[in-house]
Design a protein around this ligand. Structure first.
Ligand code: SF4
Length: 468
C-alpha cells in the first residue's frame, strides 16, 4: 500500500474513524458493489453483521447509524452533520432505507443489523454484508474490515477507497514515487541523500498523484476544517450524547481564558490552558458527531489541531506560521504517520490507544520540531519521544463512547507532543531508541495487550466507572 498525507488526514464526522467513518465507507461500498454486479433492483433485503469491537462499542461509537447512512449512499466527508439525525430518524420511523438513494428496501434494525460478540480472524473490526433476492435467497455476501483511521480493506486485503481517495495512483503501491520510504531509517537516508526535509520529500511524493496547487489546496482545506472544529467546539455548550450526559467544557474554558488575558502574564504556563482548550474543543465536537479531521483517527482528532494552533497562535519562527508553515507542519506529520501505517497500526481495537493518541502525539511532535527549525534527525527524535512515553496506553472508553478518557487524553497528548519537540530540539538528533524501534515495540505491546483493553469497553475505566 502507498499512503498519502490525505489518507492520514481525512475530513469526516465523529465520533470514530474506525467505528463510524470506516463502516460508513464499507456500507456504501457494498451498496455500490450491488449496483455494479446484480443491480439494485434484484435486492430485496440487506443484513449486516458487526463483529468484535464494532459489536462491543458500536452503538456508543455510532456504527449502527454509520452503516444505515452508508447503505443509503452517504459519504463521511460530504454528509452535513446536521442532517444525520433526521436521516436516521426517517429510516427508523419508516423501517426502510433507500439503497444509494435509489432502491427502497425494508430495514428493521433488530432483524437486519446484528451484533456478533466474536471477532473475524483478520481484524477485530469486521463487517459482513448479505443481500437477498425476492425469494429470500442470498445473492451477494461481502466482508470488510475497518482497520483504523478510516482505512477499509476487503476480505482479500485490498484497500476500499472512498471517492476522495480515488485519485490516480493512490491505491497503487508507490511505483513511480520520487522518494518512496516506509521506515524512519529510510526517511532519514532520503533526507541525507537529497538534502530535502521530510516535508519536502512528502510534498514531492504527493505531487506524483496531484498537482502542487492541488496539494496546497487540500492541505489548507484540512487546516481550515481543523480550525472550524476548534471554533465550533469553543462555541458549543450543553451535554454530549449518551447516558452519562458529559458536560461540554471547551466553551466555558474559552470564556475564562478570553476574559482575563492579563492573568496569562502572571502565569507562564497559561499557554497550556489554551492547548488543552484546542484539543478539548475538537474532541467534544467529535464526540457530538460533528465535522472533524481524522488525524490519524477521530478519537485522536484533537492532538494535531491543538499543536498546530499552538504553533500558529504562540510561536514566532523560525518557520513563520503562514500557509507555507502550516503545509510544512501537516506534511511532516503525514510523513511520520505514514511510517506507523506501513509498519504498525492506527487502530485502538488492534493496539490500544497507543495506536491513536500515541501516534497522533508522535506525528505532532515531529511536525512541531520541523516548524521550530529541527533537522531531520531531531524531527525523527521528537516523533520517537512522542511514542515512547505512550507505550502501553490502553483503550477503555467508558460506556463505549469516545468521551472519557478520550477528550482529556487528547489534551494530554498535545502537551506531551510539545514537550517531546522541545526535548528533541535541545539535543543533536542522536539518540538510543530509534523511531522504527519504538514503532515495532508499540506493535508488539499491542499484540500482547488483552482484548478487554482494546476498544471493547470490557476493562480499565470502562468497568470501574459506572454509567448513570
Ligand atoms: S481511549 Fe483512545 S483509542 Fe480508545 S476510543 Fe478513546 S481515543 Fe480512541
Amino acid at each position: 500500500m502507498s499512503v498519502s498525507v490525505f489518507d492520514l488526514f481525512k475530513i469526516g464526522i465523529g465520533p470514530s474513524s474506525s467505528h463510524t467513518v470506516g463502516p460508513m465507507i464499507a456500507a456504501r461500498q457494498f451498496a455500490c458493489y450491488l449496483e455494479s454486479t446484480v443491480g439494485l433492483a434484484a435486492v430485496h433485503s440487506v443484513t449486516v453483521e458487526l463483529f468484535g469491537s464494532l459489536s462491543a462499542t458500536g452503538v456508543g461509537h455510532g456504527t449502527d447509524k454509520a452503516v444505515l447512512l452508508g447503505l443509503a449512499g452517504h459519504e463521511p466527508d460530504r454528509i452535513d452533520p446536521d442532517q444525520i439525525e433526521p436521516a436516521i430518524a426517517a429510516i427508523r420511523a419508516s423501517q426502510s432505507l433507500n439503497l444509494l438513494g435509489e432502491r427502497s428496501i425494508a430495514f428493521i434494525e433488530k432483524e437486519h443489523l446484528l451484533f456478533r460478540r466474536k471477532s473475524l480472524p483478520m481484524h477485530p473490526n469486521g463487517l459482513c454484508f448479505h443481500a437477498s433476492d425476492a425469494l429470500g435467497q442470498e445473492i451477494v455476501q461481502r466482508e470488510y474490515y475497518s482497520v483504523g483511521g478510516g482505512f477499509v480493506i476487503d476480505a482479500a486485503g485490498e484497500r476500499v477507497l472512498n471517492h476522495s481517495s480515488a485519485l490516480p495512483g493512490t491505491a497503487g503501491h508507490g511505483q513511480g514515487l520520487p522518494h518512496p520510504f516506509q521506515t524512519g531509517a529510510e526517511l532519514l537516508a532520503r533526507c541525507q541523500a537529497t538534502g530535502l526535509s521530510p516535508a519536502l520529500l512528502m510534498a514531492a511524493n504527493e505531487e506524483h498523484w496531484r498537482s502542487a496547487t492541488e496539494v496546497r489546496r487540500q492541505l489548507l482545506a484540512i487546516w481550515k476544517t481543523m480550525a472550524g472544529a476548534v471554533q465550533r467546539g469553543c462555541a458549543s455548550t450543553g451535554t454530549l450524547p449518551g447516558p452519562m450526559r458529559v458536560r461540554r467544557r471547551a466553551a466555558e474554558l474559552h470564556q475564562q481564558l478570553s476574559r482575563s488575558p492579563e492573568a496569562a502574564l502572571r502565569d507562564p504556563l497559561s499557554m497550556l490552558d489554551w492547548v488543552n482548550l484546542y484539543a478539548m474543543a475538537v474532541n467534544e465536537e467529535n464526540a457530538a458527531g460533528g465535522r472533524v479531521v481524522t488525524a490519524p483517527t477521530n478519537g485522536a482528532a484533537g492532538v494535531i489541531p491543538a499543536v498546530l494552533h499552538y504553533y500558529v497562535n504562540f510561536l514566532q519562527g523560525p518557520i513563520p506560521a503562514n500557509d507555507d508553515g502550516i503545509a510544512t507542519f501537516l506534511l511532516t506529520a503525514g510523513a511520520i504517520g505514514l511510517i506507523y501505517k506501513e509498519n504498525a497500526s492506527l487502530s485502538g481495537a488492534e493496539v490500544g490507544c497507543q495506536g491513536e493518541v500515541g501516534v497522533a502525539c508522535s506525528m505532532a511532535a515531529g511536525a512541531l520540531a520541523a516548524v521550530m527549525g529541527g533537522t531531520p534527525e531531531q524531527i525523527e527524535n521528537a516523533a520517537e519521544i512522542g511514542m515512547e512515553h505512550n507505550l502501553g496506553m490502553t483503550c477503555d472508553p467508558v460506556g463505549g463512547l469516545v468521551q472519557i478518557p478520550c477528550i482529556e487524553r487528547n489534551a494530554m497528548g498535545a502537551i506531551k507532543a510539545i514537550n517531546a519537540a522541545r526535548m528533541a530540539l535541545r539535543g543533536d538528533g542522536q539518540h538510543v531508541v530509534s523511531l522504527d524501534k519504538v514503532i515495532k515495540t508499540m506493535m508488539q505491546t499491542g499484540a500482547d495487550m488483552k482484548s478487554k483493553y482494546k476498544e471493547t469497553s470490557r476493562g480499565g475505566l470502562a468497568v470501574n466507572v459506572v454509567e448513570c
